[in-house]
Design a protein around this ligand. Structure first.
Ligand code: FEO
Ligand code: CA
Ligand code: CA
Ligand code: CA
Length: 758
């Protein structure tokens, strides 16, 4: 999603509706003893909090291009017998770090190559014409969508069946999160930039709706070169108009009754698809993130409703009178437009004559069979409703529940996990009806939100109607478990979960099962909070400082951090855990006491971690950024990490000085600082993009990565003058027609045929 720092107007990508009294004092501050009973640290710089120092600008310099040879030098011609071939010696993170850069290119380490294979508008069917990229293209239902985001690989064998070992043929399931817009219009999609006032023309809106959702595209390697297979029978799209089934506790709930589904069992479409997951039974999970902003509600809708739905709508970012992101509701009276206005207009009490409940149909993890486009996708309401990012499975153990870790990406929202009721049976990994396996594991279980204690422990708090804290919550009268599933954020408020610095992707370390979570940034974290939206420091979100971007002050936690957790002895179904902070994002030159706490060097420094995926092949933890804070120095990037484990560092006291010169000590737990061998920048993207989505072939020798919204910072007023686009990627990399920037998938390989990251 777009980082708020780069937003041009209302930020539909980062709502901030959590005014619950939750976190704070018990979870925090003051003194906290480390788990080892030691009080180390105290490094607290006295004096003023902060100030990111000047960063080291590595563009054009640094160690870019330094490579660690993994193959022995070619033997010189000699009369003596040639030496026997030696196997390559692999050293993970043996590549030369890529320097920070503001260039409009994709930079990868020496010895690596990338190619663009799948960009916005590329044809998925044989009937779709080539993308002209001039705003005249139509029929996006048959093309790649926009803003490529999370992505998963599903290998194909020679018979077109799912293969866990195929390395040269598969499908990519790709999220298409959103579209670049300055005001209402997705201006790169329209010849003249489109209509920025209401009403929006239906022809423009039809295109904008169709570029959202997901795509599935076959990819194959032929003669060493990867490409999509246009016209493959595997290719398909889901859009915000696709019919989707509601499953789990909210299926059939009165909360989901609409004119489209009078029994509350179906909904139309999936929207703002961001993070992803891959189930142990070979299906694709897509997370619906910032869906709330696409809908509008009339100025007097609160009074028209006069029920608890008003509380729920506000908690999910929908205020009466608020404008929608694109004005799609204005394009005509037809249902496909009218449904974007969720005002109560009907006379019936159950909502079956209008779209007052339409917002409740969005905000889920959706399961898709990527190898069978005839199967209706299923929204898994048991996994809660919020601004979903990824869905990361714990390692499946036969006879144990399955566990899914998830984050809610908005300021001051929560981390969640789902524990299935059904126990894992290995035979389910290769079932004929894969979505039926999803029904078995993902429709019934326990949903929890995380609370981080100041002593380095934490608790999973159950979001259940059977939990008195939920059913007796004064802030909202829950009716049943369906209500809890649809309003899991409010249930999180009720149980006192910890407000986090925007939980984005999570991942599970295959080496030890520990859970990693990116916390991208939080402009509302404060040493001295005021108002209902700012929140105090706590042990798990312990930084507030001011970073400068030119003359602009960026307060809060502008660079974000990565937290990790180790489940208690019960494993995935444990209700307690321990945790520490793996890495703090920061500029390398920033103060090491309160800002660059992980002592990042110029080869490692980053801001706003977002994507996070552990490679199943190499175990490398890949970290991707979606940043707006450090973008005066570098474009967004991807780093490779070899992390340690929870507790490998030490407790640390962050000693802050308030405005009145009084002190505030915040104790936190900091993981062992990275070394040049355990954290290294691997890639820097073109201007204005974020890096997101990561998947690979099972041998680890090809990775697929998405470049989302290059040129997002282009002004709509400059549409007619390509020289003023902030990015012209990927056309400037030789891919495709026109010069309008396009989100795209790239594939990266190593020139010596080795595994990626070595
Ligand atoms: Fe779509 Fe929170 O990233
Ligand atoms: Ca973004
Ligand atoms: Ca800065
Ligand atoms: Ca994201």
């Amino acid at each position: 999603m777009k980082n708020p720092a780069d937003s041009k107007q209302i930020d539909f990508n980062d709502e901030d509706s959590n005014t619950s009294l939750n976190p704070a004092f018990d979870s925090v501050l003051a003194t906290r003893l480390s788990r080892r009973g030691l009080l180390r640290g105290g490094v607290g710089t006295a004096g003023t909090a902060l100030l990111g120092g000047l960063a080291v600008v590595g563009c054009g310099g640094g160690s870019d291009g330094v490579s660690f040879p993994v193959l022995p030098p070619a033997p010189a011609p000699a009369p003596a017998p040639a030496p026997a071939p030696q196997p390559p010696t692999e050293k993970l993170l043996g590549f030369g770090a890529v320097a920070k850069s503001l260039a409009d290119v994709v930079s990868v380490p020496a010895g690596y190559s990338f190619s663009v294979i799948y960009a916005l508008g590329d044809p998925l069917t044989s009937g779709a014409p080539a993308y002209k990229n001039d705003g005249t293209d139509t029929a996006f239902e048959n093309r790649a969508g926009d803003h490529h985001d999370g992505m998963e690989w599903f290998g194909l064998d020679a018979n077109g069946k799912l293969s866990l070992t195929a390395t040269d043929r598969g499908v990519l399931a790709v999220n298409h999160e959103a579209t670049t817009n300055e005001s209402l219009s997705s201006f790169f999609l329209h010849a003249n930039g489109g209509t920025s006032t209401l009403p929006r023309p239906a022809a423009e809106v039809d295109k904008e709706i169709a570029i959202h959702g997901i795509s599935v595209v076959e990819v194959a390697k032929t003669s060493g070169k990867w490409a999509t297979v246009a016209g493959s029978n595997f290719n398909f799209r889901l859009t915000p108009l696709s019919d989707i089934e509601i499953t789990g506790p909210a299926r059939g709930s009165s909360l989901l009754v609409t004119k489209y589904s009078t029994d509350g069992t179906r909904t139309r479409g999936t929207l703002n698809n961001c993070g992803t997951g891959k189930t142990p039974w070979g299906t694709f999970l897509t997370g619906e993130e910032n869906w709330f902003g696409y809908f509008t509600r009339a100025a007097a809708d609160d009074a028209a409703r006069a029920d608890k739905s008003v509380v729920a709508l506000k908690r999910y970012g929908s205020s009466q009178g608020g404008a929608s992101r694109h004005g799609w509701e204005s394009a005509g009276p037809e249902d496909r437009y009218a449904r974007w206005n969720i005002s109560k207009t009907g006379a019936l009490t159950d909502g079956s004559d209008d779209y007052r409940n339409e917002l409740n149909g969005m905000g889920y993890i959706v399961e898709v069979n990527p190898l069978d486009k005839t199967k209706t996708a299923r929204k898994r309401t048991a996994l809660g409703r919020f601004a979903h990012e990824s869905a990361a499975f714990g390692k499946p153990t036969v006879g144990q529940p399955l566990v899914v870790y998830m984050g809610d990406d908005a300021r001051n929202e929560y981390m969640y996990k789902f524990v299935s009721t059904a126990l894992w049976a290995a035979a389910d990994a290769d079932a004929t009806d894969r979505l039926a396996v999803g029904d078995k594991y993902l429709n019934d279980g326990k949903l929890y939100a995380a609370k981080f204690n100041a002593d380095g422990t934490g608790t999973w708090l159950e979001l259940s109607f059977a939990n008195a804290a939920v059913s007796g919550y004064a802030g909202y009268a829950f009716a049943n478990q369906a209500d809890v599933a649809v309003h899991s954020r409010i249930a999180g408020d009720a149980v006192g979960a910890t407000k986090m610095d925007r939980p984005e992707w999570g991942g599970v370390n295959p080496a030890n099962g520990e859970i990693y979570q990116t916390l991208t940034n939080n402009s509302n974290r404060r040493l001295e909070p005021s108002g209902s939206s700012q929140v105090a420091l706590d042990a798990a979100n312990p930084r507030a400082y001011t970073d400068m971007k030119g003359a602009t002050s960026q307060p809060g936690n502008p660079n974000g951090h990565l937290l990790r957790m180790k489940e208690g002895s019960a494993g995935g179904s444990a209700t307690t855990f321990t945790w520490d902070i793996y890495l703090f994002g920061a500029e390398a030159g920033a103060d090491k006491g309160l800002v660059n706490i992980s002592s990042l060097t110029a080869d490692q420094d980053f801001s706003s971690p977002d994507g996070l995926v552990f490679s199943p092949a190499t175990g490398i933890c890949w970290i991707q950024t979606d940043d707006g804070a450090y973008t005066d120095v570098t474009n967004c990037m991807m780093l490779a990490a070899l992390p340690g484990k929870v507790g490998d560092g030490a407790a640390k006291t962050l000693s802050y000085t308030k405005a009145d010169t009084s002190k505030l000590d915040v104790l936190t737990q900091v993981g062992k600082a990275p070394t040049p061998d355990t954290l290294k920048r691997f890639l820097v993207g073109p201007v204005g993009c974020e890096l997101t989505g990561f998947c690979e072939t099972p041998d680890g020798k090809a990775i697929f990565v998405n470049i989302q919204h290059p040129g997002e910072t282009t002004s709509q007023a400059n549409l007619a003058d390509p020289s003023k686009y902030t990015s012209r990627w990927p056309s400037n990399a030789g891919y495709g027609a026109g010069s309008r920037p396009r989100s795209a998938t790239i594939v990266i390989t190593k020139n010596d045929g080795g595994r990626i990251g070595s």
